[in-house]
Design a protein around this ligand. Structure first.
Ligand code: SF4
Ligand code: SF4
Length: 471
């Protein structure tokens, strides 16, 4: 089984890139609460998996934190009202990508104080695994590092597998983003409380929080919280949880926060292609997810708001904001003084893996770690150059893939052949795109190729099923 084995020095992984961190504008800014606005839009699907099912009707009054949509399947989560107000409609609304998706629209009650009524602390220790998963799923908790994958799925350890170490990702390796950094500085005890709960439920022997070394105040804040926890354990006052937790500084490199890269840095172990961290005894979660879990379990608070970093050259007043999920992107940017006249692009998430925002009327999602606006952007009409076979993308790829070869196949329309070159192992980190001197949009080519291959496989499976049923 796994054990912390990387020693005390800062670990890392092979390859990767070193983009400018660009975190100076917000890394020392405390998190401030975004004022409430008039209207909120809560999409029913904010991650991979089945969209949630509405349990409210247009015209219905809802309280802040009230369930408005229930999970529809195992890979699905509930959603809750981000404000007290009235459900205006349930129907198609714009997603940040520009796509139309099903969403619940709620108008805030301007005269309501918008206090979240504290709920009872949940019995998280003695309930069955099934009931604990239902608690997390019903609280709408998702991974808050960006992908927003439902947390109850990540905290499910199937029969025959075991979690040796709970790994907490505090790397925040994407440039510009500082929401996790501020969470570690400002709420270290809540992070550790979430670690205590998650670690106990997955049955880990210990937990390690990996933090990039460019966040020394985050590391010292967590370290101080660990010492307070040790004192509680010594007094027999830590809810009976005593497994060891340590903070480990890791090198500043992109994508250090990718799960497999973090495991390599912390434990010097490689998770093979096609395998999951759990196959080696690791469960990986993000620091902000631990805070959300603690708030759900101890205060009955579902996930209805999150910290968002607002930054970039076109933002007048960069900030770290606590924003209700569903707030229009435009309102968040306006709260930060609006954008400069030279704005060229708005991105949701970080600049490496984030999604270009097609409409500012779209809402902040549970996975929105950042809203970045730039005065310069890659010109989508500019023709990318030819691959000059410089090999820089091969040096950058942390998964040891061949982006050059895959890119040439994609541009030649030979998408299906890309599977032989392991395109399905690409985690879309964007490191290859970042280094490419010919400005080839490699990660976009790979994302689209993966979608094509998935679609083809699904069609084949459906056809095989049909043929099986007919025989
Ligand atoms: S970095 Fe760009 S130009 Fe260089 S080998 Fe890779 S795809 Fe080709
Ligand atoms: S986007 Fe994919 S191919 Fe490119 S560096 Fe990241 S993992 Fe490798």
């Amino acid at each position: 089984m796994a054990s912390p084995g990387a020693g005390s020095g800062p670990g890392t992984f092979r390859h990767g890139v070193h983009p400018d961190g660009a975190k100076e504008a917000t890394e020392h800014l405390p998190v401030e609460r975004m004022p409430f606005v008039e209207r909120y839009t809560v999409p029913l699907a904010q991650h991979l998996g089945a969209p949630a099912i509405p349990v409210v009707q247009p015209g219905q009054r809802v309280q802040r934190g009230q369930l408005v949509a229930r999970a529809a399947a195992f890979v699905s989560t509930a959603h809750h009202a981000p404000v007290t107000g009235t459900v205006v409609s349930i129907g198609k609304e714009r997603y940040p990508s520009g796509a139309l998706v099903e969403a619940i629209v709620i108008d805030a009650d301007r005269f309501d104080p918008q206090m979240l009524a504290p709920g009872p602390a949940a019995d998280w220790r003695s309930v069955s695994d099934k009931d604990f998963m239902a608690l997390v799923q019903g609280g709408g908790i998702v991974g808050m590092g960006g992908a927003a994958f439902p947390s109850h799925v990540k905290l499910s350890v199937p029969e025959g597998k075991g979690c040796d170490q709970l790994v907490i990702n505090g790397c925040e390796c994407e440039p510009f983003l500082t929401c996790d950094h501020r969470t570690m500085v400002e709420r270290p005890d809540a992070v550790l409380r979430g670690v205590d709960i998650a670690g106990t439920r997955v049955g880990c022997k210990g937990a390690v929080i990996g933090v990039e070394l460019n966040k020394p105040d985050g590391i010292s804040s967590l370290q101080a919280a660990i010492e307070r926890r040790q004192a509680r354990i010594a007094r027999g006052d830590n809810d009976g949880v005593s497994f060891p937790i340590r903070v480990h500084g890791v090198q500043v490199k992109y994508p250090q926060g990718a799960e497999k890269m973090l495991i390599k840095a912390l434990f010097d172990r490689e998770v093979p292609a096609g395998k999951l961290p759990l196959d080696l005894g690791y469960v990986v979660n993000n620091v902000a997810t631990m805070v959300a879990l603690a708030e759900l379990v101890d205060g009955g608070s579902p996930l209805i708001e999150r910290v968002v970093t607002v930054s970039g050259s076109a933002v007048r007043r960069p900030a770290n904001l606590l924003v209700p999920v569903g707030t229009p992107i435009r309102a968040v940017l306006d709260h930060c003084g609006g954008l400069t006249a030279q704005v060229r692009q708005v991105v949701m998430g970080g600049p490496m893996m984030g999604m270009p925002v097609a409409t500012l009327d779209a809402p902040v999602l549970k996975g929105t770690s950042g809203l970045l606006a730039f005065e310069e952007a890659r010109d989508p009409l500019k023709e990318a150059g030819p691959c000059i076979k410089c090999g820089q993308c091969l040096e950058a790829c942390p998964y040891m893939l061949n982006p050059s070869r895959m890119g040439r196949l994609a541009r030649a329309g030979r998408v299906l052949e890309m599977e032989d070159w392991l395109v399905m192992d690409c985690v879309e980190c964007g490191a290859c795109t970042w280094v490419c001197p010919s400005e080839i949009p490699l990660v976009h080519l790979f994302r689209s190729a993966k979608a094509t291959i998935r679609k083809k496989k699904a069609a084949e499976q459906a056809a095989a099923k049909k043929a099986g049923g007919a025989s």
